[in-house]
Design a protein around this ligand. Structure first.
Ligand code: ATP
Ligand code: MG
Ligand code: FE
Length: 350
């Protein structure tokens, strides 16, 4: 089936077109530049930017794919999770398109779409699949028993997302926004062992034992790490010493990546997951890719990392999951569903 996918859950307006598991177009317009001076995504600004970008991005996608709206078989749109106002722009536009063209509309889970995108790069998804999603808004470990029917959340962050931690720490270090790429680059010139920053929720009381799993066994916390970096910077400044930005960046990055990879690999082992899909903007991180690959290899887990443009938020991932749902015979969502900013992974399609 020829599917049009619409994504507007955060700061990317994405329109993708797929035919089955073949990618035809992936047009993305990001409002990231407009959030730079605030050091983070401002929901109101993102919503307005979606409104402005929607039609041009749609036209670009149709042109790249070389198809007309009339030829599309179904429309898929992210209904959640994400920023309410931002989601509402994409969903309203999708409903209007569906109403005007008479095409069926599918309300898709953004997180599951980050997994579904895998079919576009590497083909059919394997059995015993898990996913590690790390972005500006998410840090999750998922178990994917069936992409279209059964996805469960094994763990998530209890405060900041991994990308958010990068952005906040980059700000503390005066490295600008977005912080991920800046810290990634700066860390290459620093010593990752210079400072031992905390690995959130790794203490035995949070982790528990195999017989008695701790409450936060597979969960993440990055706000304590951010505070530890802030205190560290303050101490150098109070002593009138130069802040060792590269060492702090490298040590911070090591703490984030160490805890993410060790928890993800342990969750895989404990849940019979032998194939892990990586997704989200932080998947671009060089140290994360390196350490995750090494730890997956040692644990006998096969790691799949889609190309970066498919890891960050985009419309093709929504189209890809929509296509899988259409092919599995899933029913359309109608036109009366509401956006769900907290849509759980168990709700794959509303
Ligand atoms: P969502 O959470 O809904 O996926 P988002 O827009 O916050 O939305 P992405 O666009 O997928 O997320 O990713 C952006 C995040 O990825 C930012 O927080 C950015 O700092 C981080 N990031 C990008 N490149 C890197 C990198 N090389 N290392 C670490 N973090 C990175
Ligand atoms: Mg983004
Ligand atoms: Fe995302």
């Amino acid at each position: 089936p020829l599917i049009l996918g619409i994504e507007s859950s955060c700061d990317e307006t994405g329109i993708g077109i797929v035919r089955g598991d073949e990618l035809l177009a992936n047009a993305v317009s990001s409002s990231m530049d407009e959030h730079v001076r605030f050091g983070g995504v401002i929901p109101e600004i993102a919503s307005r930017a979606h409104l402005e970008a929607f039609i041009p991005t749609l036209e670009q996608a149709l042109e790249t794919a070389g198809v007309t709206l009339a030829e599309i078989d179904a429309i898929a749109v992210t209904s959640g999770p994400g920023l309410s106002g931002a989601l509402m722009v994409g969903v309203s536009a999708a409903k209007a398109l569906a109403l005007a063209t008479g095409k069926p509309l599918y309300a898709i889970n953004h997180l599951v779409a980050h997994v579904g995108v895998g079919v576009l790069d590497g083909g059919k998804l394997p059995e015993n699949l898990g996913a590690l999603l790390v972005s500006g808004g998410h840090t999750e470990i998922l178990k994917v028993d069936s992409l279209t029917d059964s996805v469960t959340l094994l763990g998530s962050t209890i405060d900041d997302a991994a990308g958010e931690a990068y952005d906040k720490v980059a700000r503390l270090l005066g490295l600008g926004y977005p912080g991920g790429p800046a810290i990634d680059a700066m860390a290459k010139t620093g010593d990752a062992k210079a400072i031992r920053f905390p690995r959130g929720l790794s203490l035995p009381k949070f982790v528990g034992t195999a017989e008695e799993p701790g409450k936060h066994r597979n969960d993440f916390s990055f706000s304590g790490l951010k505070t530890a970096v802030a205190r560290c910077v303050e101490q150098y400044e109070a002593r009138g010493e130069e802040v060792p930005v590269a060492d702090i960046a490298a040590s911070f990055q090591e703490a984030v990546v160490d805890v993410i990879t060790s928890k993800a690999v342990r969750a895989c082992k404990e849940n019979g997951i032998t194939n892990l899909m990586l997704g989200g903007g932080v998947a671009a991180n060089s140290r994360l890719r390196e350490l995750l690959a090494a730890r997956c290899t040692s644990a006998g887990i096969s790691l799949r990392v889609p190309t970066v443009s498919l890891c960050t938020d985009n419309g093709a991932m929504v189209a890809a999951l929509g296509a899988q749902i259409v092919m599995a015979g899933g029913s359309p969502s109608g036109l009366s569903f509401a956006t769900d900013s907290g849509q759980p992974v168990s709700l794959i399609c509303l």
